[in-house]
Design a binder for this molecule. Structure first.
Ligand code: ASP
Length: 598
């Protein structure tokens, strides 16, 4: 036996008891020969005090202890001396007077002090087993456990069953590059790691499972961005005989259960719904952050005959003129204006026009081109007041929206309306700052200028809206809406899904629209097309990004902080040093030869 209690369990009523504790030496303090040890396990801290006058030999041994040594301490629970209690510690009224000390293991020089937050994340990831001892990360692992448990419990209660699908699978078009695994038995052939269990879950519907879920590992070989990992986890759901409303309600119920269990937060259901057109129209984003205003206002009607060429020509070309009013932002600095202009250009604008309202004056080089009627329209539609700053977008609907949407978010960050300072939103009880919403009616297709073809906006198995089916026959691809939806939390897309195509003819039509040749359809999707011919029920589903969800629940800024063993931002596992070289024999077994290094 190593212990009778954990390090967070002893209180005043335990005074006088003989106990055994085990854990890590968190800190040691030497006060004139008296050694104070904060002993730590995953539950908390308990102080042990070695006094030479009580046991000189033990005190001497305790003197040799260093941070992170692993020890076992037996002794008596005693009251701390009056005035030395620690109200900030659950065990702060008591201490252990040891009668025995066993050093179970010594710790070498530490990679970094455990009670500091090292700035160098690579260092943390390299020594992740050590990093994970820090309370913040230890808490995140536990929250993650509670989230997955709440998910399983809730879905089980709704009749969903968890089914594992293969990790060695076949290349599927989810929009990213596949990780490939060479086959030894079939030289020259490859498995692909799943980007998502999409086809498997649909095949499970054909199999009559009716309600499936899985906490599923997914793999995408993408260029890494701040918030991406090559492998990540989805809460993957699929059900038969469902409409979007059914998927919305199971997802809402599940999220409510997760927030309740993980953080005792009551979230408000049902969630609001916005169509894609509304979301992009009003917020310039298909994942709107509605925790602040600054909505996009359409001014196209007011500037249709404008003397300001930039606006006029955008409208003449079929585009729009839109604006946002950033309250209290008239003090915008030159640096901020430059940064925002760069953002506007990055998202396709030629520049960024804006007006500052200072000392009752509209300050901007563009104001002189506006007529009185145009100014009056601006004034009333944007409710312009002293101290405001108005930004314009004049372009195609998509571009003007995206540009202003990005400006809106950046200004909100600069003004501290969102961002790190407000991450820990959602005061425990109110649930007010957790803004969930559904975005629906996404376009079915997206034009790819690089490939000169239509791509599926969600994936090729997504169903067109029934009302828009005639547009399919007329090949008006840009206008077809999909039975697809995303669930958004505080401006972050936490999940997405769709109702699927279950008729083989429609699926073929979809492949055709995507430019997939008949022979490729058979080799890539033959299994699915055959399954759809064997009595496939209507079905649909959703997948939620578990890592992002847990990140938001924990108030973290990076999904890496809610993963036990993440890769760094270049996709490297610094702890195990992977990816790594392999033995030439392994390559020979796989019939692989490496190209000469350039
Ligand atoms: N498989 C999809 C994805 O990973 C989600 C879904 O349609 O259910 O985005």
């Amino acid at each position: 036996m190593y212990r009778t209690n954990d390090c967070n369990s002893l209180r005043k009523i335990d005074i006088g008891k003989q106990v055994m504790l085990a854990g890590w030496v968190h800190v040691t303090r030497d006060h004139g020969g008296v050694i104070f040890i904060d002993l730590r396990d995953r539950e908390g801290l308990t102080q042990a005090v070695f006094r030479p006058e009580e046991n000189a030999e033990l005190a001497k041994e305790a003197h040799s202890l260093r941070s992170e040594d692993v020890i076992e301490v037996s002794g008596r629970v005693a009251a701390r001396l009056p005035g030395t209690e620690n109200a900030n510690l659950a065990t702060g009224d008591i201490e252990i007077i040891p009668s025995r000390l066993r050093i179970l293991n010594r710790a070498d020089t530490l990679p970094f002090p455990i009670d500091a937050e090292p700035q160098n994340e690579d260092l943390r990831i390299t020594h992740r087993y050590f990093d994970l001892r820090r309370p913040r990360l230890a808490r995140n692992l536990r929250v993650r456990h509670r989230v997955t448990k709440a998910t399983r419990d809730y879905l089980d209660g709704q009749g969903y069953i968890e089914v594992e699908t293969p990790v060695l699978s076949k290349s599927t078009p989810e929009g990213a590059r596949d990780f490939l695994v060479p086959s030894r038995i079939m030289p020259g052939k490859f498995y692909a790691l799943p980007q998502a269990p999409q086809q498997y879950k649909q095949l499970l519907m054909v199999a009559g499972v009716e309600k499936y879920f899985q906490i599923a590992k997914c793999f995408r070989d993408e260029d890494l961005r701040a918030d991406r990992q090559p492998e990540f986890t989805q809460i993957d759901i699929e059900a038969s005989f469902v409409t979007p409303d059914d998927i919305f309600s199971v997802t809402e119920g599940m999220l409510a259960a997760i927030f309740k269990v993980a953080r005792n937060i009551e979230i408000k259901t049902p969630f609001d719904r916005l169509t894609y057109r509304e979301a992009v129209g009003r917020f310039g984003s298909d994942k709107p952050d509605r925790r602040f205003g600054m909505e996009l206002v359409d001014l196209s009607d007011d500037f249709r005959a404008s003397g300001f060429k930039v606006f006029r020509s955008a409208i003449d070309a079929g585009g729009v003129v839109k604006a946002i009013n950033s309250k209290g932002f008239a003090g915008i600095t030159i640096g901020q204006a430059d940064e925002l202009t760069e953002i506007a250009k990055l998202y396709g604008a030629k520049g960024l026009a804006f007006i500052k309202i200072e000392n009752g004056e509209w300050k901007s080089p563009v104001v002189k081109f506006f007529s009185d009627a145009e100014k009056a329209a601006l004034q009333s539609k944007l409710r312009i007041e002293e101290g405001d700053c108005v930004f314009f977008g004049a372009d195609k609907w998509e571009i003007a929206g995206e540009v202003l949407g990005r400006i809106r978010l950046r200004v909100a960050e600069i003004q501290n309306l969102i961002g790190p300072a407000n991450r820990h939103s959602g005061s425990e009880q109110s649930g007010l700052d957790w803004d969930f919403l559904w975005v629906t009616d996404f376009p079915l297709f997206q034009w790819s200028p690089e490939e000169n073809k239509w791509n599926a906006m969600h994936h090729p198995f997504t169903r067109p809206k029934t009302e828009d089916m005639p547009l399919f026959d007329d090949k008006k691809f840009s206008e077809i809406r999909a039975e697809a939806y995303d669930v958004v939390l505080n401006g972050v897309e936490i999940g997405g899904g769709s109702i699927r195509i279950y008729e083989p003819e429609l699926q073929e039509k979809m492949f055709e629209a995507l430019g997939i040749r008949p022979e490729d359809r058979q080799s890539q999707f033959g299994h699915l097309l055959r399954a759809l011919r064997l009595g496939a029920p209507p079905h649909g589903g959703i997948a939620l990004g578990l890592d992002r969800l847990v990140m938001l629940i924990c108030g973290e800024e990076s999904i890496r902080d809610v993963m036990a063993f993440p890769k760094n931002n270049r996709g490297l596992d610094l702890m195990t040093q992977s990816p790594a070289d392999v033995d030439p024999r392994q390559l020979r077994d796989l019939s692989l030869k490496l190209a000469e290094k350039k």
